[in-house]
Ligand binder design. Structure first.
Ligand code: ADP
Ligand code: MG
Length: 555
């Protein structure tokens, strides 16, 4: 069984119990085949009286009952395990930061984990049966007829051998299928989100063709998986049919010559197929189960803390330095940040010290790594090399929730929720109505809040759809103003979408807000830059040494 899944199944009580009962039911039903064959052979050969038909019917009925119980228990175990996995996945989403591809995550948590059903309800029980029933059948055959038993023992291993040979290629093929599906999901979500933009730029049609191409890749991969699956069942079918012929022909001949009695012959003929059946069933279910295994691998890769680069929290989590001590000194030491799939580093050996209470403006062309620097301080990304220190404590060792409580962050593209304006500003903080109002005042939300149908109680559309970009930006700023306890301000181009008048007001408010706090502000506009004590220039992920004299835009 999948190692991580097994560990999870053991840890969850509901899963453990249901799974154990399900496997027991499957094995019991498999073993009842022995009794059934015994009785049937006895009745047919006339050794048992016709009255033996009654226990025979009982055995058949209990096999049906066990099959039903197995299906139900497996379904319950699968549901419990999937919801445990989804819970873990969603718990991790918070810590992933904004750089993770959300579309792929949605595919994984939804459709992807559902692929575990065939694994848990079909494959696992068949593995349990295949492990026990053939063995029991062979033991019985040895007791009944040595020659047959020897043939079965010699041919039985052929099925797993051929199955493994086919399965060798299957793994790669299913993984490709799963990757194609994840890409399709990710791309689709991306396109749907950006549809207005795409239409405005006349790229909607082109995107349709891209989706068609990705879908085609998925179709091809699926067909390839199916082909392999069909091929493998054909091979297994052929092997077991030939093996059965090897058993049946000598039995028939010996029956004719009289060296074998009818009862034994019947018993052998009824039992021999039951030795091959579980292995064949396991082989056919293997392919359907592989997609679930690929999805489980993917899920555990997300759930386990970043295996790439550095471990996120290798040592015991230390509490963030005492909040009483005022704003922390932030230090970056030779920090390198690499995004997966990117050759060049987004930040390359950046060293920077920001003193407590200092206001630093970060400037540079787009793509320079400015947002990455802020994400680093937020713990959304982790450095591949170097360290980020807050008052001499490595961010990697800190409790990130506690650390983020000391920060106020306004992202470059703030996300608004489908909730009221007031709730969007408070964002779960304990701020009362007065504090919310004051923050709205400072961030110039009050100006337009009055014109909304229900003022601060107006419920916004998804992603703040019914507001302008500037209005959304101001609500995001109000969030920062609503966190008076925050000691570090991280603002990512807070005035990028504002007109001159609102900008001047925001700059003034930011100046007030930054008092007694450390502020790191990614800025483009001169008004915001002038507010800073120091300007740091980034270009291509590298810190550009300060130019002593003001030389305009020259780098
Ligand atoms: P800035 O904010 O200065 O415009 P960013 O910090 O957003 O720049 O990006 C720096 C570089 O890292 C850019 O080349 C950008 O394309 C790349 N980058 C940013 N985020 C990601 C991501 N999630 N995955 C891959 N590359 C990224
Ligand atoms: Mg940016």
């Amino acid at each position: 069984m999948h190692k991580d899944l097994l560990r999870l199944a053991r840890a969850e009580r509901g899963v453990r119990l249901h799974l154990a009962c399900c496997l027991a039911a499957a094995v019991a039903a498999g073993l009842l085949v022995l009794v059934q064959a015994e009785l049937l052979a006895g009745v047919l050969s006339g050794r048992f009286a016709v009255a033996a038909l009654f226990p025979l019917a009982l055995v058949v009925a209990s096999r049906g009952l066990l099959g039903w119980a197995q299906g139900m228990l497996a379904g319950r175990a699968a549901t419990a395990l999937k919801s445990a996995l989804r819970r873990l996945l969603l718990g991790r989403v918070e810590g992933l930061g904004p750089s993770y591809r959300s579309g792929e995550l949605v595919t994984l948590a939804g459709r992807g984990l559902d692929a575990l059903d065939p694994y848990l309800t079909g494959y696992l029980p068949s593995v349990a049966v295949a492990g026990i029933v053939p063995l029991a059948v062979v033991v019985r055959l040895f007791a009944a007829d040595l020659a047959t038993a020897v043939i079965v023992v010699l041919t039985l291993p052929l099925i797993p051998v051929f199955g493994a040979l086919v399965g060798w290629t299957t793994k790669a093929v299913t993984e490709r299928q799963w990757r194609a599906l994840a890409r399709l999901g990710g791309h689709f979500l991306d396109v749907v989100r950006g549809l207005p933009t795409l239409r405005a730029f006349g790229r909607a049609r082109y995107q349709a063709s891209v989706i068609r191409r990705v879908a085609e890749a998925h179709r091809t991969a699926t067909m390839r998986t199916l082909r392999v699956a069909f091929l493998s069942s054909l091979v297994l079918e052929l092997v077991s049919s030939l093996s059965l012929a090897l058993v049946a022909v000598p039995v028939g001949l010996r029956l004719l010559s009289g060296s074998l009695d009818l009862h034994t012959a019947l018993l052998v003929l009824l039992l021999a197929p039951e030795a091959y059946l579980p292995l064949r069933a396991m082989g056919t279910r293997f392919h359907a189960a592989m997609e679930g295994v690929a999805a489980a691998d993917e899920a555990f890769a997300v759930i386990k803390p970043s295996q790439g680069g550095r471990e996120k929290r290798p040592r015991a989590v230390r509490p963030a330095p005492a909040a009483e001590s005022g704003p922390p000194r932030i230090r970056l030491e030779d920090v390198v940040v690499r995004y997966p799939g990117r050759e060049e580093a987004a930040l390359d050996r950046v060293s920077l010290v920001v003193e407590p209470g200092e206001r630093v403006a970060i400037v540079g062309p787009s793509g320079a790594g400015k947002s990455t620097l802020l994400h680093l301080l937020l713990g959304f990304t982790t450095p591949a090399e170097g360290r980020v220190l807050a008052d001499d404590a490595d961010l990697a060792d800190l409790d990130l929730d506690e650390w983020r409580r000391r920060l106020a962050f306004v992202p470059q593209r703030p996300h608004l929720f489908a909730a009221s304006v007031a709730d969007n500003i408070a964002l779960g903080s304990a701020a009362g109505p007065d504090e919310i109002r004051a923050a709205a005042e400072a961030a110039r939300v009050a100006e337009f809040a009055g014109t909304l149908p229900r003022g601060y109680d107006t419920v916004l559309g998804e992603r703040g759809a019914n507001l302008s970009a500037g209005q959304r930006q101001r609500i995001a700023l109000a969030r920062a103003f609503c966190r008076p306890a925050a000691e570090v301000l991280l603002l990512d181009e807070p005035t990028a979408r504002l007109d001159g008048r609102s900008e001047a007001a925001i700059v003034a408010a930011t100046r007030r807000l930054a008092e007694g706090r450390t502020a790191i502000i990614v800025a483009h506009r001169p008004a915001m830059i002038e507010l800073a004590d120091r300007v740091v220039r980034l270009d291509g992920g590298v810190l550009v040494p300060p130019v002593p004299a003001r030389s305009g835009e020259a780098r």
